[in-house]
Design a protein around this ligand. Structure first.
Ligand code: F6P
Length: 332
C-alpha cells in the first residue's frame, strides 16, 4: 500500500489524543508531540478522553510548560477511553465537524489497533488526516517491532515473578502467574523466558493442562521442587483458576494462582519506553508535516518508519515461536 498524502502547507493546529487501554509512556509521547509541534510553529490541542472528547468538543490548547514533569509518569494526562458508539458513521461525522470548527487540521492518535480503526475511517469517510502512534502494553501491533508500554509491563510482571519464585521455592510450590494479553502472548512469552517459567500459555498457541502436568513431572523427576507457569489472560481474565483446576484434576498437583492484572498497566515507564515514546511522538509530527497520513509511525530495527494503516489494522503480529521453545528447553 502506498502512503496517503494531504496538503500540510496550511496546517497550523494539530490535535493529540490517547485512546484504548492506557500504557506507560503515553505521557512521554504526548510531550514529544507537543514539544516537536511547537518547535515547528504548530499549535497543539489536547483532546480529552480519546474519541469521546472529540465528539463532545473537549479541547484544550497545550503549552510547552504544560508538558513539564510528565515524561516519568504512567497513565495519560489526557485520559483515555473506549467508545463503541464511534462505530456509527454519524458519530464520526460529528467528531470531524467539531475538529474542523475548532481549526484542528490533523490528529495524532496514540493507541492500539481499535483506536487506529476509528482513525482510518476518519480519512476514508472525511479525508481527515491522522497519524497513529502505537501504544499498548500488549505489543500486538503489526508494522512496529515495539509498542509503547510493552517494556514497562514486561518489567513489572517480571519483578512479580521473581518475587513469587522466592516464596514458591521456600514452600516447594507450583504457581500459575496470569499476565495480560487479550489476543496475543507477547508479554507472557517475554516474562516466561526472562523469568525461567516452566510452561507458557498464550492465546496463539495454548499449551494444554496435560502438557503442563508432563513438564511438572519431568521437573520433579530431576529433583525440582517448585515451578512457575505463565498464562496470558486471553479473553477470560481469571482463566488461570480454570487451568489450576484442570491440573489438579489430572495430577493432584495443587497450584497457587497469582493474577497480575492492571498492575502491569501502571507505573513509571522504563527508559526504553520513554525513548521509544519520544521518538514516535516526534516522528508523528514530522510525518504530518511531510503530508503523510492514514498511517502509523513505528520502529523497525533502528529505523523510524511510516506504515499505512491498511498494513497495520487487523494484521496479526506473530509471537516468536523460537522464544517459546527456548523457554521450554531452558527451564527443564
Ligand atoms: O491494554 C491491553 C489490555 O491490557 C489487554 O491485555 C487486556 O486484555 C485489556 O487491555 C484489558 O483492558 P480493560 O480492563 O481496560 O478493558
Amino acid at each position: 500500500m502506498t502512503l496517503k498524502k494531504f496538503d500540510s502547507q496550511t496546517l497550523k493546529n494539530v490535535g493529540v489524543f490517547t485512546s484504548g487501554g492506557d500504557a506507560p509512556g503515553m505521557n512521554a509521547a504526548i510531550r514529544a508531540v507537543v514539544r516537536m509541534g511547537i518547535h515547528h510553529g504548530l499549535q497543539i490541542t489536547g483532546i480529552m478522553q480519546g474519541y469521546p472528547g472529540m465528539v463532545n468538543s473537549e479541547f484544550n490548547p497545550l503549552s510547552l510548560s504544560s508538558m513539564a514533569n510528565i515524561i516519568q509518569r504512567g497513565g495519560t494526562i489526557l485520559k483515555t477511553g473506549r467508545m463503541p458508539e464511534f462505530h456509527q458513521p454519524e458519530v464520526r461525522a460529528r467528531a470531524v465537524a467539531n475538529l474542523r470548527a475548532a481549526g484542528i487540521g490533523a490528529l495524532v492518535c496514540i493507541g492500539g489497533d481499535g483506536s487506529f480503526t476509528g482513525a482510518h475511517l476518519l480519512w476514508q469517510e472525511h479525508q481527515y488526516p491522522v497519524v497513529g502512534v502505537p501504544a499498548t502494553i500488549d505489543n500486538d501491533i503489526a508494522g512496529t517491532d515495539l509498542t509503547i508500554g510493552f517494556d514497562t509491563a514486561v518489567n513489572v510482571a517480571l519483578d512479580a515473578i521473581d518475587r513469587i519464585r522466592d516464596t514458591a521455592a521456600s514452600h516447594d510450590r507450583l504457581f500459575i502467574v496470569e499476565v495480560m494479553g487479550r489476543d496475543s502472548g507477547f508479554i507472557a512469552v517475554s516474562v516466561g523466558v526472562a523469568g525461567g517459567a516452566e510452561e507458557i500459555f498464550i492465546p496463539e498457541n495454548p499449551a494444554t493442562a496435560d502438557q503442563a502436568v508432563e513438564r511438572i513431572r519431568r521437573g520433579i523427576s530431576r529433583g525440582k521442587r517448585s515451578s512457575i507457569l505463565v498464562a496470558a489472560e486471553g479473553h477470560k481474565p481469571g482463566r488461570a483458576y480454570d487451568l489450576a483446576e484442570a491440573i489438579r484434576k489430572k495430577s493432584g498437583f495443587e497450584a497457587k494462582v497469582c493474577i497480575l492484572g492492571h498492575i502491569q498497566r501502571g507505573g513509571s515507564p522504563t527508559a526504553i519506553d520513554r525513548i521509544l515514546a519520544s521518538r514516535l511522538g516526534a516522528g508523528a509530527v514530522e510525518a504530518l508535516r511531510r503530508g503523510e497520513c492514514d498511517a502509523m509511525v513505528g520502529v523497525q530495527g533502528d529505523a523510524l518508519v511510516t506504515v499505512p494503516f491498511d498494513n497495520v489494522i487487523g494484521v496479526k503480529k506473530k509471537v516468536s515461536s523460537e522464544l517459546v521453545s527456548l523457554a521450554r528447553t531452558l527451564s527443564i
